[in-house]
Each structure stands twice: as structure tokens, then as C-alpha cells.
Design a protein. Structure first.
Length: 151
């Protein structure tokens, strides 16, 4: 999946969760929201997806109001519907009903002029998992430094 124009990434998601699987979804937006997203004025921090009545929604995704939007601007953190096939929603519902799984948005990008969102099926990390990841990253950095100093 070539994401040529990434508009926002949820960097904290990979730190706080193990990502089991990912999938791409369309998103229902108002006109001024699209303009604001194209300007890069969105934040995925603390956002999550939920399934209500067989439809999937993204909550707490903050899209800043468009400056020239005046009366057409909407609530920045409103619930937004995601566009997925029924079988994909049922697959996600199966994961959600298992203990400890969540739906976390990973990135928002443009694909052929349309705003798309990448959703990750995630399981929360414990504190010791995060510490192990940090230690591994530090060890890799030390190795790279040693190799670069040697040559």
C-alpha cells in the first residue's frame, strides 16, 4: 500500500499498542474539514474507533476549523463515520469482542485525491513491554554509532 501523501500519523499508537493488523477506510467529512485536513490541521492523538449498530465511527479525532470556513465549520472533535465493507466491519467486531483489543487510527493520508485513514487492530502494551522496546532501540543506536565510528 503506497501512501504517497501522509497528512498525519499517530506516533504514540505504536508506542502504546501492539498492532496486530491494519486496514484502510474512507471517512465521511464535511467540505471545510477536507480543506483543513489538506492543510495538515488534524490530530490523531487520543482518538479511537468504535462500532455502533453495525457502523464504525472514529471518536476524538481533532480537525481544526478552517479559517475561511466561517459558518460552515463544524465541531472539531465530532464523531465521524468510516466507510468499510460489511465483512470488514464484522471482522473488526470479532477482534473487538476478544479481550484487550482496540481500534486505533494510525495515519491519515490522501489516495487519488480522497482522504483515507489507516486503522490498526491493537492490543495494549504493559509498562515492561514499553521499557523493552526502548532498551532495544537504545542498543540498536549504540551499535550503529560503533559501526559508524569504526569506518
Amino acid at each position: 500500500m503506497a501512501k504517497s501523501n501522509i497528512l498525519a500519523k499517530n506516533r504514540k499508537a505504536r508506542h502504546d499498542y501492539f498492532i496486530e493488523d491494519t486496514l484502510e477506510a474512507g471517512i465521511v467529512l464535511k467540505g471545510t474539514e477536507v480543506k483543513s485536513i489538506r492543510n495538515g490541521r488534524l490530530n490523531l492523538k487520543d482518538s479511537f474507533a468504535s462500532i455502533d449498530d453495525g457502523e464504525i465511527f472514529i471518536n476524538n479525532m481533532h480537525i481544526s476549523p478552517y479559517e475561511q470556513g466561517n459558518i460552515y465549520n463544524v465541531d472539531p472533535t465530532r464523531k465521524r463515520k468510516l466507510l468499510l465493507h460489511k465483512r470488514e466491519i464484522n471482522k473488526l467486531l470479532g477482534y473487538i469482542q476478544q479481550k484487550g483489543y482496540s481500534l486505533i487510527p494510525l495515519s491519515v493520508y490522501l489516495k487519488r485525491g480522497k482522504v483515507k485513514i489507516q486503522i490498526g487492530i491493537a492490543k495494549g502494551k504493559k509498562l515492561y513491554d514499553k521499557r523493552a522496546d526502548i532498551a532495544k532501540r537504545d542498543a540498536e543506536r549504540r551499535i550503529q554509532r560503533a559501526v559508524s565510528e569504526k569506518y
